[in-house]
Design a protein around this ligand. Structure first.
Ligand code: ASP
Ligand code: MG
Length: 431
């Protein structure tokens, strides 16, 4: 059964990283194998900046940025292939020329369409180099164009997958002819052959789409961290690794603000019970974390998520009315329209409290609209702590010395909102 490996931008950011990728694959390769690769390093950001320059009429800036992209990719090719760089360098040059040509041809089109026709070149470039390098070090590869594999609609920059058409397109890719199949993350194509993208950081999702459609055995995401943790190790000094958790638990953690795997990536895998393993590409001996069907391990370790820069809105009816369902419906409708997510919602007879991410450009219009019809009390700079599978002692220890401004709890999740200035620095988890 096929396996899918995904490598992000950091794992192929320069020649040294691509060399390490080759060593890693020589050691861990399985058969059959599909390798999904992001753009090198921060290339996607660079492509976005290049388009922005062109759109602002900064022709010189556009030229300079295109030239740096060209130079950086060619430098990587030269560092890798040395005297044999010729043919790969030619392919890189051709892709840069094509990128420029597409940009000019589609510059008059709407922005998301133009974006997809040009930004997909980050992954086309990276996979061209990676695939050639694997050949160079003795692994036969087949370079596949994801625009012909991942079938999508034409909702540019956030394309929706046509699962049936994709399954049709990938048919036969699970046969083992000894070659590693290398393709682009993030990129798809419509039935008419127009390039699309799946949204920023979409390469994990690409790996899941291909795995789902190929009925793969497993997906491995190689990252610059060793697996998944029960809390952000940068904020919690004694965070521990979660070696096994369930799909549902991983989705809950992401929902509450953990920077784990995006739920969008997990859902297609969950549907077919395909396990997802997260592994370090830097420390090959580090134990991986696996997300799968098994729920037995979910409750063993408490998980903690801290969302900072939160705003609490306490909304009350102005007249003698109650905070009844029609009013709640009205308020939540405005929240949806503003594109905001409430990390905590709590209601009483005369009050609805919402804890929101402090996005000023979305928050301010929402607050202004609510103030037209309700009495609104607002508290900024708060921190929302969410604890899954924690006991009472853990919660009270975490709350000691901090004023709880709001809280909410159900069988497995407890949330408390604290003033942000009481939550700075490193936390210690009193297990
Ligand atoms: N290269 C794309 C991005 O940076 C996709 C990805 O890395 O997942 O957003
Ligand atoms: Mg990337």
């Amino acid at each position: 059964m096929t396996q899918v490996f995904k490598f992000g931008g950091a794992s192929i950011q320069d020649a040294a990283a691509i060399r390490r990728l080759g060593e890693l694959l020589a050691r861990f390769r399985v058969r059959p194998l599909v390798v999904v690769v992001s753009a090198m390093g921060k290339t996607t950001n660079a492509l976005e900046a290049l388009l922005a320059a062109a759109r602002d009429g900064e022709a010189d800036d556009y030229r300079d940025r295109l030239e740096s992209l060209r130079r950086e990719h060619l430098a990587t090719v030269e560092a890798l292939f040395g005297a044999n760089a010729g043919p790969v360098a030619e392919r890189v040059e051709a892709l840069i020329t094509e990128l420029d040509r597409r940009h000019r041809r589609h510059a008059g089109r709407e922005r998301p369409f133009h974006y997809d026709q040009t930004v997909c070149f980050g992954e086309l470039l990276s996979t061209t180099i990676v695939s050639a390098w694997l050949n160079e070090v003795g692994m036969a590869t087949e370079w596949l164009d994801a625009r012909e594999l991942v079938a999508t609609d034409d909702c540019h920059q956030a394309a929706n997958v046509d699962w049936a058409a994709t399954a049709e397109r990938v048919r036969g890719l699970d046969s083992d002819d000894g070659r590693i199949r290398v393709t682009q993350g993030f990129v798809g194509g419509t039935a008419e052959g127009v390039s699309t993208t799946l949204g920023r950081e979409g390469s994990d999702f690409s790996a899941a789409i291909l795995a789902h459609c190929l009925d793969a055995e497993e997906v491995t995401i190689w990252k610059d961290v060793p697996g998944l943790f029960n809390a952000d190790p940068r904020r919690f000094d004694n965070a521990v690794q979660l070696e096994r958790i369930s799909y549902d638990e991983a989705i809950e953690l992401a929902w509450h603000g953990a920077k784990v795997i995006h739920p969008k990536t997990l859902r297609p895998l969950q549907r077919k019970a395909i396990p997802l393993t997260v592994r370090s590409f830097q420390d090959l001996e580090a134990p991986p974390s696996t997300i799968g069907r098994d729920t037995r391990f979910d409750t063993r370790t408490p998980s903690l998520m801290l969302r900072e820069a939160q705003t609490l809105l306490e909304i009350r009816p102005r007249d003698f009315a109650f905070m009844d369902e029609p009013r709640q419906h009205d308020i939540l409708g405005r929240l949806v329209e503003a594109g905001l997510h409430a990390g905590l919602i709590d209601s009483g007879a005369m009050r609805l409290s919402l804890c929101l991410d402090g996005h000023p450009e979305r928050l301010e219009p929402l607050v202004a609209s609510l103030c037209d019809d309700f009495a609104v009390e607002r508290h900024d700079n708060l921190a929302l702590l969410t604890v899954r599978h924690g006991n009472e002692a853990l919660l009270s220890a975490l709350s000691s010395g901090r004023d709880s401004l709001a809280e909410r709890r159900n069988a497995d999740t407890a949330q408390r909102l604290f003033p942000g200035d009481q939550c700075q620095g490193t936390w210690h988890i009193p297990y």
